[in-house]
Design a protein around this ligand. Structure first.
Ligand code: SF4
Length: 502
């Protein structure tokens, strides 16, 4: 296998200085930390700086005004979290792939007198593992209980466990505090959720983790529109698990967004194409890209995963519905399901090339602890190890059914290498020649510049690098949707988008 470019700062967390001078704790000062995680050299390094994590900005939004709050994402490559002034409380997101780093950070800050609070999915799925490393654990909707935690710290009565219910009305959550973010550091600072949860409960998805009860909820359209407008970015990303679970809501949301004249992308399930008029509404509302979990071209795999999805034979036609409305598709595929055989990789990329899917994301099937898939694999004796750092969907951590571990690992590499080869990028270009330059610029900046990304990230040039392409895409989209609205009003079918969006 070829050696991949993976510089040290993309694979190792910044060093914590054990000799740093100890400082007094600053009362009513909170530090919110997203720990470093090692990057996958097959994927774009740029994907980690597209949008900020909403978890921390939501905590910041819920912080009482008499507390100072700072935000630190170690993946922005600016070093370890700041310790001057020294925080009274440090809240750390813990996911399984970076749990070890979270524990190291917790040890460093606790040793110097800070209280450490853990939230995140790993706290829910592995509380016994997380418990000894923190002063308090938060499960569920952390921002809902964050003010209580701070008041308890003030009173010297911090509890070991807090739980925020996902059942309280989503609209009651305070807006994320995006003002804390460095706008230069991300493609866009407007990552936003309009909904929470998903109508599916796929066996491999983290949403099916034991104890995670997240009813599908929608925020008021006016709230979402006001938040997007307030951040002032030309492009924004819905980070919802599935923005399309309720088509009536999605339609209303798109109508609300239309006057903003911004462009956006979102994760949706393929069933939004049941009704092409909904896809048209998305395009008119500014949608230029969708992230769709196709997962597999095998209906048997989809059935095993208990995903409600159109049959695979329908996928190509439905991709055409997006393309007909100027919406690009980034397909997500899971490799290593029980009906996958060694020839599935070549077939998959042939198909992606054939349908001219603009982008694809691959994941090795990964049994997350606490999910039905993990229980099944464990019962069948197929879990290879519990080194959570390698549960990152880039490594094989279980024994596949119809191929070897090496075949699956090589298949994963093959899919990325071939999909983003010069030839395949070219073969997947939009049919309209006028859209090709923007498509190529985006594909190459995002997928073929891993040697450049560490420099751009460290020097906070991410937004600068994207901005001209985003603005050009927005202007092209506005021209496109004027034609789209006019054409449909005339009763004619709309064909052949003439731009390449994000
Ligand atoms: S459709 Fe997607 S978000 Fe919903 S449960 Fe399945 S994998 Fe998770």
């Amino acid at each position: 296998m070829p050696v991949r470019y993976l510089p040290r700062l993309m694979r190792e967390a910044p060093r914590l200085d054990d000799a740093a001078p100890r400082r007094p704790v600053t009362p009513r000062s909170a530090l919110l930390v997203n720990p470093f995680y090692p990057k996958d050299p097959h994927a774009s390094f740029g994907k980690h700086v597209l949008t900020p994590t909403l978890a921390l900005t939501s905590f910041a939004g819920a912080t009482p005004p008499d507390w100072q709050v700072r935000y630190w994402d170690e993946n922005l490559l600016q070093g370890p979290p700041p310790a001057d002034p020294f925080p009274q409380v440090v809240a750390i997101t813990v996911h399984l792939t970076f749990a070890r780093r979270a524990f190291a950070l917790a040890l460093w800050f606790r040793d110097r007198g800070a209280k450490v609070v853990f939230g995140g999915l790993h706290v829910l799925s592995c509380p016994d593992e997380c418990g000894p490393h923190a002063d308090a654990l938060v499960t569920g909707e952390g921002a809902a209980v964050w003010p209580d935690i701070l008041r308890d710290i003030e009173a010297g009565q911090l509890k070991r466990q807090y739980h925020g219910s996902y059942r309280r009305p989503y609209r009651d959550d305070p807006p994320p505090r995006r003002g804390l973010l460095d706008r230069r550091a991300f493609l866009t600072t407007t990552s936003i959720n309009a909904t929470r949860g998903c109508h599916n409960r796929c066996g491999f998805c983290y949403l099916s983790t034991d104890g995670l009860r997240m009813p599908y909820q929608c925020r008021d359209v006016e709230q979402v529109v006001a938040e997007v407008a307030a951040d002032g970015q030309p492009y924004f990303v819905f980070t919802d698990n599935n923005l399309g679970s309720r088509p009536d809501y999605l339609r209303e949301l798109c109508r609300g967004l239309r006057p903003l004249r911004k462009i956006w992308s979102a994760a949706v399930t393929l069933d939004v194409t049941d009704d092409p008029s909904l896809v048209r509404e998305m395009a008119l509302g500014g949608c230029t890209g969708v992230f769709v979990g196709f997962e597999s071209l095998s209906d048997a795999n989809i059935a095993d995963a208990r995903k409600k999805s159109p049959r695979a034979a329908e996928y190509a036609r439905r991709i055409g519905v997006f393309h007909d409305h100027g919406i690009q598709v980034n397909g997500s595929f899971v490799l290593g399901f029980d009906h996958d055989r060694p020839d599935c990789f070549e077939q998959l990329v042939d198909w992606i090339e054939g349908v001219r899917m603009e982008s694809a994301t691959y994941h090795v099937l990964t049994p997350y602890p606490g999910t039905p898939l993990f229980r099944q694999m464990e019962a069948e004796g197929r879990i290879l190890h519990r080194d959570w750092e390698r549960y990152d969907t880039a490594h094989v951590v279980f024994r596949p059914k119809h191929m070897s571990v090496d075949q699956l690992a090589e298949g994963y590499e093959y899919c990325y290498d071939r999909t983003f080869s010069h030839r395949c990028v070219w073969n997947r270009r939009p049919r309209d020649g006028r859209a090709v330059p923007a498509y190529l610029a985006m594909a190459y900046l995002y997928k073929k510049c891993n040697r450049l990304w560490p420099v751009l990230i460290r020097r906070r040039l991410t937004h600068w690098a994207w901005r001209p392409l985003l603005e050009a895409s927005r202007l092209r989209h506005l021209r496109y949707r004027r034609r789209l609205a006019g054409t449909v009003a005339d009763g004619s079918p709309v064909r052949a988008p003439v731009y390449a969006g994000v």
